[in-house]
Design a protein around this ligand. Structure first.
Ligand SMILES: Nc1ncnc2c1ncn2[C@@H]1O[C@H](COP(=O)(O)OP(=O)(O)OP(=O)(O)O)[C@@H](O)[C@H]1O
Length: 287
């Protein structure tokens, strides 16, 4: 199984946010798309999942063209999606989330590669929370639930949007280990993150997304040999979907609830010039 993107562009209302993206994610590997907030990561994942129609290009899963297919068909074809913010239901228990996901599974319960037992074996902490409602789960537990729910749709490719956003370092490490285990089990994983450290830890291949364009591509060996190279490739001050709007978009995005913490935790401190331009208040150094 291999995901291939050929010259994929997409956006909103006629405006283009991601531009002519070429990517290939083979089975058993993790590909990270690293970019600042507003670079277009979610837009790219939404386009692959079928939630946004591409303006140009093709999306292929093992050679099968899914470009014109609706989201539910892509799920059946093997694309599992773990959204940013987890999107669990506040009033449903963990067990109810899993039951709903299983109802939509593509295989029978005996033929399914990912059964409820197998998922809980991978994420044993969830087994201790089966009766807890979504609203009473920690961020890490919600993330595990979102991954479990996606696995029960029997994916060959897993899309993970900012899987460690807002999580404590120990929980992020647990999620990282889960991602590595899933690739080890043969899944193709495409994850989006603003955190160079996550890409460095789990990714076989990393693409840097800057203002909607892939501006660098690094493999794991290159990143290991030069641990600062990836951070340097993430140019401070080019956050937005268009170069002209970049600095303004960054300032706007930073003011959204919850975003300041993400900014401070995950991005290199902007240079004095860009701090002055955007008015950002980041005081923390690189994570
Ligand atoms: N539904 C929408 N309608 C119009 N513009 C949108 C919509 N969603 C996102 N955008 C814009 O597209 C650009 C890219 O946003 P996107 O969410 O894809 O970035 P991102 O890299 O995932 O950042 P973040 O981590 O903040 O989600 C931003 O300028 C954003 O304002």
């Amino acid at each position: 199984m291999r995901l291939s993107l050929e010259q994929v562009s997409a956006g909103y209302g006629g405006g283009v946010v991601v531009h002519r993206i070429d990517l290939s994610v083979p089975a058993g590997t993790v590909h990270a798309v690293v970019g600042h907030n507003g670079a277009g990561k979610t837009t790219l994942l939404h386009t692959i999942a079928g939630l946004i129609p591409p303006a140009t290009g093709r999306i292929l899963l093992d050679g099968t063209d899914l470009t014109g297919q609706p989201a539910h068909r892509r799920t059946r074809a093997g694309i599992g999606y773990v959204p940013q913010g987890r999107r669990v239901f506040a009033s449903l228990t963990v067990a109810e989330h899993l039951a709903i996901a299983q109802r939509h599974t593509t295989g029978t319960s005996t033929a399914a590669r990912w059964t409820r037992d197998r998922v809980l074996n991978l994420l044993p902490h969830l087994a201790t929370r089966l009766r807890h409602r979504g609203a009473h789960l920690s961020g890490g537990e919600q993330q595990m639930l979102a991954i479990a729910r996606a696995l029960l749709t029997q994916p060959a490719l897993l899309l993970l949007d900012e899987p460690t956003e807002g999580l404590a370092p120990a929980i992020s490490e647990q999620i990282s280990r889960t991602i590595t285990a899933l690739a080890g089990d043969g899944l193709a994983v495409l994850l989006a993150t603003p955190q160079p450290n996550l890409a460095r830890t789990v990714a076989d291949q990393t693409s840097v997304l800057t203002a909607g364009r892939v501006t660098a591509h690094l493999d794991a060996a290159t990143i290991r040999a030069d641990p600062d190279g990836l951070r340097a490739a993430l140019t401070p001050g080019t956050h937005g979907s268009t170069p002209a709007a970049g600095t303004a978009a960054a300032a706007t995005l930073d003011q959204r609830p919850g975003r300041a913490a993400v900014w401070i935790d995950t991005l290199p401190a902007p240079s004095a010039a860009s701090t002055a331009t955007t008015g950002t208040t980041a005081t923390g150094g690189p994570s």
